[in-house]
Design a binder for this molecule. Structure first.
Ligand code: PFF
Length: 452
């Protein structure tokens, strides 16, 4: 290890490694995207495909990506430059930085909606059993351009301020507190939701598969969600991997993060679908699903206003760790390149994102008619990142770790130089990243993009 490598800041404790990684995975993907995509994709049928995508695609790539980051101890681009000098692999990292910008642009917009709903819920404005109230509040909020931009920029400033604190103090400390709070709050909301009269119907939608809704797009979406959920394919896990301690057991941390993340998604589904059926919403209501259903659920319950505020607060809390990790990709790159110090890198990233986010945020108002390939900026940013750049990045990680590194080198890295008994695991992981995972991703990707 060089002196420069040793001086780099990283996660200070084992628990910090786990909570920061989990903090990156858990976010809007669980509470906002997973429920509406499950609603669109036929409930349990989607859930099943998503599960397969997570196990066969997500997990192997996540292990490989973290392993590369820890080995190189560098950012999304620097890792490739250090491991494969003089080659073009660094372009994978560059595409990842672009994906981080695309995701942050629409992500911070939705987090702005969440923050708006925290205030609305706390003020009592959403206290109405009539489902139309949440629907109207959502419509009014997204169609007001200045309001949306104001909240998005507020979110960016909040995340930028946390990151100014650095890796251990900023990211690690924040996620260590937020993760347990999130679990407890979500459990409480589930208990409330299960007490609703339509709970049974909602649960069977979530757990009884109906394959008639499954199309190629649904499969592509499920795979895209697996990438988005685990924050893989774009250098986030590589960057976080570079902060992993030398004694961290990468496959063990990864498996725990995947399981905990899945649990949060399922809990979010259990919180939302009983309400959808109980109040006669259509499960395929799209990105507004969460915002339209929750007010009606809570308003009909005792202490509804309190629980509703808590629910949106919980969602807001869940997004912070994910946003920190997205932000960290360009910040680590700028700071690592030596062009900027860490603090100026945070400030430059915040300003760049404030500009980049404008088209996504205005997609529901002034720029609603501006489309490319039939998609507005919000949908296009989401599609290009989750369904194109992340899967392509994932294929590259598979090819590099499986074919160029090969089993022995990977075993050395994943067993922490032979100190961990991960040999059997590497024997399963290696054929997956060599053949199964990249082939599945290529097939779904090409079919989804209508190449065949
Ligand atoms: N995994 C996060 C979520 O599910 O909300 C989103 C995300 C974070 C995607 C970080 C990509 C990323 F690099």
């Amino acid at each position: 290890m060089t002196a420069a490598v040793q001086r780099r800041e990283g996660f200070a404790s084992r628990l910090g490694v786990l909570t920061a990684t989990l903090g990156s995975a858990v976010g809007l993907g669980n509470i906002w995207k997973f429920p509406y995509m499950t609603g669109d994709g036929g409930g349990a049928a989607f859930l099943l495909i998503y599960l397969l995508a997570t196990l066969l695609v997500g997990l192997p790539i996540m292990i490989g990506e973290i392993m590369l980051g820890r080995s190189a101890r560098s950012n999304a681009v620097g890792t490739w430059k250090r491991l494969a000098p003089g080659s073009h692999w660094y372009l994978v990292g560059a595409a990842g930085v672009l994906a981080a910008f695309l995701i942050m642009a629409f992500y911070t917009d939705v987090v702005g909606w969440v923050f708006t709903f925290i205030v609305k819920a706390a003020s009592g404005e959403l206290n109405a059993v009539d489902p139309k109230v949440g629907e109207a509040a959502f419509g009014a909020m997204v169609s007001n351009p200045w309001h949306s931009l104001f909240w998005q920029w507020g979110v960016l400033i909040l995340v930028g301020s946390i990151l100014l604190g650095g890796v251990a103090k900023g990211i690690e400390k924040t996620t260590k507190i937020l993760m347990p709070v999130l679990f407890i709050m979500l459990l409480a909301v589930c208990v409330r939701s299960l007490m609703l009269p339509g709970a049974g119907e909602g649960l069977s939608f979530l757990f009884k598969p109906d394959f008639s809704k499954v199309t190629v797009d649904v499969v592509l979406n499920a795979m895209g969600l697996a990438f988005f959920k685990l924050s893989i394919g774009m250098g986030t896990m590589m960057t976080y991997g570079s902060y992993f301690r030398d004694d961290a057991d990468i496959p063990f941390v990864t498996a725990r993060v995947m399981l905990a993340d899945l649990l949060v998604s399922l809990l979010a589904g259990i919180a939302i679908f009983p309400a959808v059926f109980s109040y006669g919403f259509t499960p395929a209501a799209g990105p507004g699903l969460l915002f339209m259903t929750m007010p009606a659920v809570f308003s009909s319950l005792p202490f509804g206003q309190f629980f509703m505020t808590m629910f949106f607060l919980l969602t807001g809390v869940a997004t912070i760790g994910a946003m920190l990790s997205l932000f960290e990709v360009p910040v680590a790159l700028f700071a690592g390149s030596g062009l900027l110090g860490r603090k100026p890198a945070v400030i430059v990233t915040t300003i760049a994102l404030a500009v980049f986010g404008v088209p996504a945020t205005l997609s529901f108002s002034t720029m609603a008619d501006v489309t490319l390939f039939g998609k507005n900026a919000f949908d296009l940013y989401d599609f290009l990142s989750s369904n194109v750049i992340l899967p392509v990045g994932g294929i590259c990680i598979c090819l590099y770790t499986g074919w160029i590194w090969g089993r022995e080198r990977a075993q050395e890295a994943l067993s922490n130089a032979g100190t961990l008994a991960n040999a059997a695991l590497v024997r399963v992981w290696h054929p997956l990243v060599c053949f199964v995972t990249p082939l599945l991703v290529v097939l779904v990707l090409l079919r989804g993009l209508k190449v065949f």
